[in-house]
Design a binder for this molecule. Structure first.
Ligand code: KMH
Ligand code: ZN
Length: 275
């Protein structure tokens, strides 16, 4: 059954440098302002990476807690912290992200080449993330960078059970150099593999860089949900840098409305995700 559209904004990420992308929100004030504006436009989930005073990616526990508190105080958005961090982050720090007690956290379902780097996600680490989230009542979003990650998720749920809340939600991160391509054919293949996952499993999709629009359109037509933001795309159109996360959310909302799948509000999003 096709529903309205869950729109996640991923405003910052760990890869772009503030010096090269001045519009990137890197301070708590910038993040909070972005969050409020994106919520007003129709986003219901925020996928959060934070930066230090020099705008470098960090998993500092104090900053993570302050960020969760500020987003809860200033918005009704579902707060999803990244446990992916940057490719250089140690596993212990990535696991400790859960101590900041977000509503949701990401859980990447396998290792993937990531441009010239490797985004390492060992099986035991994935199991640790999944079971700790179960124990703490944090709802995971399973990040799928390649089709095999869906088989790993099937194995994870078979061995360790459903996530907190009982609903399974995955995010296809497409077009990473080293992962699955950001094409309609690949999105359809990934969606077909959801048949092996629990009934009712939902998906969102995001396309990195120039795959942003094809993936957005394919996801909408396939009944999927959307993730957009400057973590994934810093070019709005050929030769036009993204001006703000709001610009990307507004475009996603416009397409969702055209598809007659308007954005879910935060209460509807909570119900969908089992929060
Ligand atoms: N920054 C990437 C290495 C996640 O947030 O969980 C990993 C990433 C996935 O962004
Ligand atoms: Zn991320």
């Amino acid at each position: 059954m096709t529903t309205g559209t869950l729109i996640t904004v991923a405003p910052t990420g760990a890869e772009s440098a503030k010096t090269e992308v001045p519009a990137l929100p890197v301070t708590l004030d910038e993040l909070l302002l972005t969050a409020k504006e994106c919520e007003a436009l129709g986003a219901s989930v925020i996928h959060v990476h934070i930066r230090d005073d020099a705008a470098r990616p960090t998993l500092d526990q104090g900053r993570l807690r302050a960020t969760v508190a500020a987003l809860r105080e200033g918005t009704d958005l579902i707060v999803q912290l990244s446990t992916g961090g940057a490719v250089t982050d140690p596993e212990a720090d990535r696991l400790a992200v859960l101590d900041a007690a977000p509503d949701m956290a990401s859980c990447t379902m396998g290792t993937v080449n990531f441009g010239d780097e490797v985004f390492l996600n060992r099986w035991e680490f994935i199991v640790d993330l999944h079971t700790r989230m179960q124990e703490r009542g944090i709802v995971p979003e399973y990040e799928i960078f390649d089709l095999g990650h869906l088989s790993a998720l099937q194995r994870l749920l078979g061995k360790y059970g459903l996530p907190h809340g009982g609903h399974v939600h995955v995010d296809f991160v497409m077009g990473v150099p080293g992962g699955m391509p950001g094409t309609t054919a690949t999105l359809v293949a990934a969606q077909q593999m959801l048949r092996d996952l629990p009934e009712g499993t939902t998906f969102s999709a995001t396309g990195i860089g120039r795959t942003s629009l094809p993936v957005l359109l394919a996801a909408l037509s396939a009944g999927g949900h959307l993730r957009v933001g400057m973590e994934d795309t810093v070019t709005y159109a050929k030769g036009r840098p993204v001006e703000s996360n709001m610009q990307l959310v507004a475009r996603a909302v416009g397409f969702a409305q055209l598809a007659q799948r308007p954005p879910l509000n935060t209460a509807e999003a909570r119900a969908l995700l089992g929060l």
